[in-house]
Design a protein around this ligand. Sequence first.
Ligand SMILES: Cc1cc2nc3c(=O)[nH]c(=O)nc-3n(C[C@H](O)[C@H](O)[C@H](O)COP(=O)(O)OP(=O)(O)OC[C@H]3O[C@@H](n4cnc5c(N)ncnc54)[C@H](O)[C@@H]3O)c2cc1C
Length: 461
Amino acid sequence: MTRNIHSARIRLIREPSGRPQAGPVVYWMSRDQRVRDNWALLFAADQAAERGVPLSVLFCLSPKFLDAAIRHYGFLLQGLAEVENVLRARQIAFALRLGEVVPSVIDFLRETNAGMLITDFDPLRIKRQWKQDVSAEVDIPVFEVDAHNIVPCWETSSKQEYAARTIRPKIHRRLDEFLTDFPDLAHPPAAMQDLPPVDWQAARSSLQVDMNVAEVDWLRPGEEGARAMLREFLDHRLERYEQRNDPNADVLSNLSPYLHFGQISAQRVALEVMNSNKSPAAREAFLEELIVRRELADNFCWHNKDYDRVDGFPDWAKKTLDKHRKDPRDHCYGLEAFETAATHGALWNAAQQEMVSTGKMHGYMRMYWAKKILEWTTSPEEAMSIAILLNDKYSLDGRDPNGYTGIAWSIGGVHDRPWFERPIFGQIRYMNAKGCARKFDTRAYIKRFTTPELPLDPHLQ
Ligand SMILES: Cc1cc2nc3c(=O)[nH]c(=O)nc-3n(C[C@H](O)[C@H](O)[C@H](O)COP(=O)(O)OP(=O)(O)OC[C@H]3O[C@@H](n4cnc5c(N)ncnc54)[C@H](O)[C@@H]3O)c2cc1C
């Protein structure tokens, strides 16, 4: 343990061959974009204090990233502006570098003569590649800290888990050890270098992303906004969380965009929910999603390099989908019809419009939405690529292990089991609009999110 940081949260990913450098400890912030409750930053601050050197926090802003648009970059940049201010008040340097990530990190380390690099954990391929490329080019210790999961991903399990039921006991048995409160951030021993304030306008101008996916204003980006959303959830929605499968009930936490950008720690959310006086059943249901399902998604992406492809599906699912590959489809759409919510299905169109207009689709509708893409495209491969593209482009919380796993669950039976065989789906679990109508008022949902010229029959698929 370093102070109160469990050593199992930290992995050495590059051991230096030469003599130690005297420069600052650098925390390359990537997935966990916050100052509070951040194990990677806490470890970096401790290391700086131990060595008697300054601490610098670095963020490298890639001009584009997967299918992120200005909606996502705007959210990220506003959150980072808050990070800069909070760090400045604590005498910790924050640098924003623009351009390709790997050379930006390497240049920064060389320019500052950095003595140590610490970064946060992310199971996605692109992030792993960045870390590998940086580590190959520098000769200083490089550490990775899992600041996102409560039980560090590599501690929970050394293999891809089959389902929630297999990972649940592995997580639960380690919670006493890892679900602890956070220590205070150590004061940096050396004064902050006099870095100029970040030019946030220049950062926006450097982007090469889709500017047509508009930013949304119903949630405030950043750590303060995240905490306000958590408080609102605890005070007004958590008590009713058992109605989480009703998209009209408005009981979800709306924390996924903040969790995705690391603007709030899941561990902090879990601690606050456990300490609240709300119904035990509601708290338990929420913690199952926040901890078990979320950490199961990281486990899937960490252990399965094909997390966003049909190749990543379990064998039974690949086999059954293959068997039904040539089944006739009553409806077949291309990307444009899906993207413009122009299918024959009123409920599907409403879900798509919810995502496009608000940046977030209700969790229950996401399952239905992805399953219909499987039914209404020519192949599971096409369904995967359309679902991922739309989710990553419009959902604030997209480009996340939860998204890739949720889509792979819906289309490819990941973490699920075989069901009754039927056309197109084979043994993949089926959903339809009639089933949704048995659970909630689909008409009300359609009305909320449908523009008047589109059809209103909720029973159309
Ligand atoms: C097809 C499909 C696509 C999805 N895409 C995404 C995505 O891009 N990003 C994303 O964060 N989640 C995704 N999910 C999972 C889930 O739907 C969302 O996390 C949830 O709806 C986010 O809203 P919330 O924070 O208000 O949820 P709440 O119900 O309040 O849940 C709180 C937190 O628990 C976690 N959680 C809840 N449900 C799940 C789940 N099924 N799997 C994993 N973690 C969960 C999330 O971190 C969430 O923020 C997807 C699910 C499916 C089926």
